[in-house]
Design a protein around this ligand. Structure first.
Ligand code: ZN
Length: 489
């Protein structure tokens, strides 16, 4: 290939040429959601980042098997070891079965991911459907001497593992520091060392989500499911493992330890991590009052939001930053993204206005090369979008006949831009993607038609009532010669 794809490997801390283990196949595993709450901004970034990787690898001709799990085994609040089970807690609060919670939020997750243009993965395995495989992996780890049982729970022996291998190689954590930082905290309980982690936890009588094992009733530790489901569907070694940077430690560090302890080798060739989202410069958190769900974002119903934002605006906004940079959400930035997306869609439409000539004065090969160079530099969607905008000047010159292009080059140029914008970046017109904004448009137009009718009958009270009620709801109505215009405040 003329321009090879380079991706930043968190494990080696450098950009590496992507070469799959078994071309033309490419295996991609990404940690999916724990389904106990509504999808929020924090879900959108990894989903969109790895959706673009999935799309781009396919575009490059790879046969990609994309596995993204659903964490539906109730895990505990404190690093999978302590506290109440999150799904069970929600079930108790909402008076539902834990699996009703799981189904509801899995459906919500799909619904919202569809809205932001995230393609469904090839396989979406659930942790609860892989208990037998998880028990099997625990057996292997025990047999190899890296886990111990205490009172019906199984813990990974981090110190013993570290003597032979390197615990901390992915995150750069030093075991001694970890020990010093964690030994005084509560919750060590029955573990030998505070940094040991649970592979299997004995279920207390109140714990609902439980499965039988030779150590009694219990449930698997959170880290285990990803080691098990990634290798089950992608093989003992596979190409790419992705996820948010918040999962790097302990989750992914523990995944490496489990795979090595069970199989004697690491399973992942390239580790990729997307950076986090901040809101007005602050970390997002329920306690900070800046926790925004996707539904709130699409309807504008959150105290920090000045308006509703279409799902495609959110996608475009996320793609405007490189996935390894932090990304700050603010109304100004989102409004700028809204305008940016409209502008990008305009660029795509401009091609139909270009009249081909007998020969080209522009170099389409050079444009093609610039586009691939941008995205091949560690999936730099920010740079790719900037390159498309730079070339939009050329498109304008072609429309204005200040430059000329042959029919063949025009076809290539248009196809290139359209492929990158629609297929690789997965963008679309903002209005066609957001069902909520489409529905709003239909409802407002219908009301305003009623108002036109009222005006014809000289029912001015009804006219004013409709206008005032819409104004209260944040919709401004302006009378024009043709009838009306409306906009969101
Ligand atoms: Zn995971």
């Amino acid at each position: 290939m003329e321009h090879p794809l380079f991706i930043y490997n968190t494990l080696t801390r450098k950009k590496e040429n992507f070469v799959p283990l078994n071309p033309p196949f490419a295996g991609l595993y990404v940690c999916g959601p724990t389904v106990y709450g509504d999808p929020h901004l924090g879900h959108a970034r990894p989903a969109i980042t790895f959706d673009v990787l999935f799309r781009y690898l396919q575009h490059l001709g790879y046969r990609v098997r994309y596995v993204r799990n659903i964490t539906d085994v109730g895990h505990l609040e404190n690093d999978a070891d302590e506290g109440e089970d999150k799904i069970q807690k929600k079930a108790r609060l909402e008076e539902l079965e834990p699996m009703e919670i799981v189904q509801y939020y899995t459906d919500r997750y799909h619904e919202f991911m569809d809205m932001i243009g995230v393609r469904r993965p090839s396989i979406e395995p659930r942790a609860s459907g892989h208990i037998i495989e998880q028990l099997d992996m625990i057996d292997k780890i025990i047999k190899n001497g890296f886990a111990y049982e205490v009172n019906g729970s199984i813990y990974f022996d981090v110190e013993k593992y570290h003597k032979k291998f390197n615990y901390g190689k992915l995150s750069g954590r030093v075991l001694e520091d970890l020990y010093n930082n964690t030994r005084d905290l509560d919750g060590q309980g029955e573990k030998k060392k505070s940094f040991d982690f649970a592979l299997w936890k004995k279920a207390l009588p109140t714990h609902i989500m439980r499965w039988p094992s030779k150590w009694g009733q219990g449930f698997p530790g959170w880290h285990l499911e990803c080691s098990v489901m990634s290798t089950k569907y992608l093989g003992e070694t596979f190409d790419i493992h992705g996820g948010g940077m918040d999962l790097l430690f302990p989750h992914h560090e523990c995944e490496i330890a489990q795979s090595v302890a069970a199989n004697g080798q690491e399973s992942v060739k390239y580790w990729m991590h997307n950076n986090m989202i901040t809101i007005n410069g602050q970390k997002m958190g329920k306690s900070l009052g800046n926790f925004i769900t996707l539904e709130e974002l699409f309807t504008g119903k959150h105290k920090l939001l000045e308006q509703a934002y279409a799902p495609m605006t959110i996608r475009f906004f996320i793609l405007q930053a490189h996935y390894r940079s932090t990304l700050d959400f603010s109304n100004e930035a989102l409004k700028a993204a809204e305008k940016g997306l409209i502008k990008l869609m305009e660029v795509c439409k401009q091609f139909d206005k270009i009249q081909p000539e007998s020969k080209s004065t522009i170099d389409v090969k050079k444009i093609e090369s610039e586009l691939y160079v941008s995205i091949n530099d560690d999936l730099n969607t920010a740079s790719l979008i900037a390159t498309i905008f730079e070339n939009s000047k050329l498109v304008n010159r072609l429309v204005a006949k200040e430059d000329s292009i042959s029919a063949e080059d025009l076809g290539t140029f248009k196809n290139l831009i359209h492929t990158f914008v629609f297929d690789v970046l997965g963008l679309a017109e903002a209005s066609s993607a957001g069902t909520s904004s489409e529905a709003l448009k239909v409802a407002v137009e219908l009301l305003l038609q009623e108002r036109v009718e009222a005006k014809k009958r000289k029912d001015f009270a009804a006219c004013d009532r409709i206008r005032d009620r819409l104004a209260e709801a944040g919709i401004l109505v302006k009378d024009t010669k043709e009838g009306f215009e409306w906009s969101l405040k």
